[in-house]
Write a protein that binds this ligand. Structure first.
Ligand code: CAA
Length: 258
């Protein structure tokens, strides 16, 4: 897979997508978002891939939407043209786990794209922020919605209104990222986490992801009911038979193709 604004790496069952517009701090433009959608859908459909990692460079995950590209946009370009909606949210349709791996800046749309991943692993160099207010706009890819749900209203309002960046330690403390690693070990450690998941039954990983995401869209009772359907259905799958018989036989389960 060859792209102008992405680099692709294969690590066994883990596919790595790297945002790659180094001259523009990985600013997110139409081409990159179209390519990202294409790569995500291809890996989601590829039976040899169980987990997708989305990352940037050592310096920057992404510094936001491409300000040079959108500076002269008119209302016609944005609302009728469905700016953001037309190609930024493909990631939300991906059924396999997507881990966001962030070093350096994840700002504006970059922070919003990161928050669309299933969870985030950060380098100690990571910096997260929603500085849209400084360029005269609100966030447009979910920043005002996902940030308060993730780190709470007070921290979210502070970041969104002042444009203050938070560092990796604060991001971990507030629940925005799940783990922090030293920058020079980031990819090695993130791939180890991704490989742990890739060895699990992918069908169960997909069901867990689906159920967790449902928690943000429905009531507790309905969410638990949703989870229970997957739990009951699991008893009709090879993954449950293999997982439980391997446990009882005191051997490592082999979830290949499950
Ligand atoms: N769009 C377009 N180009 C960008 C960019 C962006 N979001 N961020 C950085 N660049 C470009 C710079 O213009 C510069 O280009 P030139 O070399 O051609 O001048 C290059 O990347 C390097 O950037 P800096 O010289 O600014 O690098 P720095 O190390 O001094 O600062 C930074 C890094 C703190 C990330 C700074 O570039 C910055 O603040 N970027 C903008 C962040 C921002 O405002 N993001 C929100 C955008 S709006 C948005 O995202 C809307 C939405 O919600 C969907």
């Amino acid at each position: 897979m060859e792209y102008a604004d992405l680099l692709i790496e294969n690590h066994g069952k883990v596919a790595v997508i790297r945002l790659n517009r180094p001259k523009a701090m990985n600013a997110l433009n139409d081409n990159m978002m179209n390519e990202l959608g294409d790569a995500l859908y291809k890996f989601d459909a590829d039976p040899s891939v169980n987990v997708i990692v989305l990352t940037g460079s050592e310096k920057v995950f992404a510094a936001g939407a491409d300000i040079a590209a959108m500076a002269n946009y008119t209302y016609a370009d944005t609302y009728p043209g469905n700016y953001i909606g037309r190609n930024w949210e493909h990631i939300l349709n991906v059924r396999k786990p997507v881990i966001g791996v962030v070093a350096g800046y994840a700002l504006g749309g970059g922070c919003e794209l990161a928050m669309m991943c299933d969870f985030l692993i950060a380098a100690d160099s990571a910096k997260f922020g929603q500085p849209e207010i400084k360029v005269g706009v609100t966030p447009g890819a979910g920043g005002t919605q996902r940030l308060p749900r993730t780190i709470g209203k007070a921290k979210a309002m502070d970041m969104l209104l002042t444009s203050r960046m938070i560092d990796a330690a604060e991001a971990e403390r507030t629940g925005l990222v799940s783990r922090i690693f030293p920058a020079d070990k980031l990819m090695e450690e993130a791939l180890a986490v991704a490989n742990t998941i890739a060895e699990m039954p992918v069908s169960v990983a997909m069901a867990i992801k689906d159920s967790v995401n449902r928690a943000f869209e429905t009531t507790l009772t309905e969410g638990v009911r949703y989870e229970r359907r997957f739990f009951h259905a699991a008893f009709g799958t090879p993954a449950q038979k293999e997982g439980m018989s391997a446990f009882l036989a005191k051997r490592k389960a082999n979830f290949e193709g499950m």
